[in-house]
Design a protein around this ligand. Sequence first.
Ligand SMILES: NC(=O)c1ccc[n+]([C@@H]2O[C@H](COP(=O)([O-])OP(=O)(O)OC[C@H]3O[C@@H](n4cnc5c(N)ncnc54)[C@H](OP(=O)(O)O)[C@@H]3O)[C@@H](O)[C@H]2O)c1
Length: 300
Amino acid sequence: MKIILTGAASAICREIAGTLDSFSVEREASPSLVSMSLMTRYPNLISPEVIKKHQVITGDYADKKAMEEVFIGNDILFLAPAERAPEREQLHRNAIEAAQSTGIRHIVYLSFMGAGREKPSSFGLSHLKTEQILAKSGVNYTILRSGFTLESLEIFRNNSRVFWGPIHSEGCAFIAQRDVSDCIVSVLVDVASGGGGGHNGRIYTLTGPRVLTIPEVLKKINDFLPSQMAFSFCPLSANEAIERFKSMGEKNIPGLYEQWKELFEAVEQGEFNLVTKDVQKLLGTPGREIDKWLESASLI
Ligand SMILES: NC(=O)c1ccc[n+]([C@@H]2O[C@H](COP(=O)([O-])OP(=O)(O)OC[C@H]3O[C@@H](n4cnc5c(N)ncnc54)[C@H](OP(=O)(O)O)[C@@H]3O)[C@@H](O)[C@H]2O)c1
């Protein structure tokens, strides 16, 4: 079975590719099980070691025809979510349609936990729309909805050692990105080895093992760091936080302020404060505790 990973330049896809690589080394007897190629818009960002081992192809969700050429001959597609933007749904639709027309047998989509809410925030809604396109595509699929990753907490950090976060929040079941990528690999390998039936049409919601507030996470990080590197927490309303980010002259990536605001509100509204058993189901463990995550996290 041949797997094609999109979003190859992103941090999570690098992890997925690396783990799939070590998986094929361990299972040398059947290397064809996880034959892999990688699609990216920026092949120059892919390391020479990866390029030596795998086929790296330039592709963009905006160009359906070119994607069809990229996908042809593959069996399984890992679909990385594009950045948050009004055209995201259309970009994902292009990729799903290209998969459909080139005979991809199974699509694994990395979605977001908010997509499962009764009334999703606009963050979750754009993922939900992709999920709906997938469900109607006729191609076998598996959806993994990631919770708020520990790595993404950085988005609430200002330029110094202060995190700006919602005043009222019951917390989030923060998950280590490595657990998300390991769950994706677990599904990809199962599907590649013919056991994909159990994953077909399934939605997994991936969370960390417990709900913690941002100050509780920072306390654990501070216990781990030398005292001069300690972080502090400044509770704000979403509007106050956006005004402060703006006044810092933060680089104005289109839509960035809106993303911050939505994420603030989603945390305030408890969008991520649920612990599920899906990581346990897929990995056989409940996922990393923060203490474990800290051992390999890069905190500056
Ligand atoms: N669960 C969480 O806490 C969490 C955290 C971060 C992000 N996310 C989700 O993941 C989404 C993306 O994350 P991000 O904004 O941080 O971006 P990111 O890590 O850069 O990942 C997005 C990847 O998708 C690929 N991509 C984007 N647009 C594409 C296009 N037009 N054609 C082909 N590939 C394209 C890119 O691959 P190439 O660059 O290789 O072309 C990119 O690496 C977010 O919107 C969010 O929903 C969730």
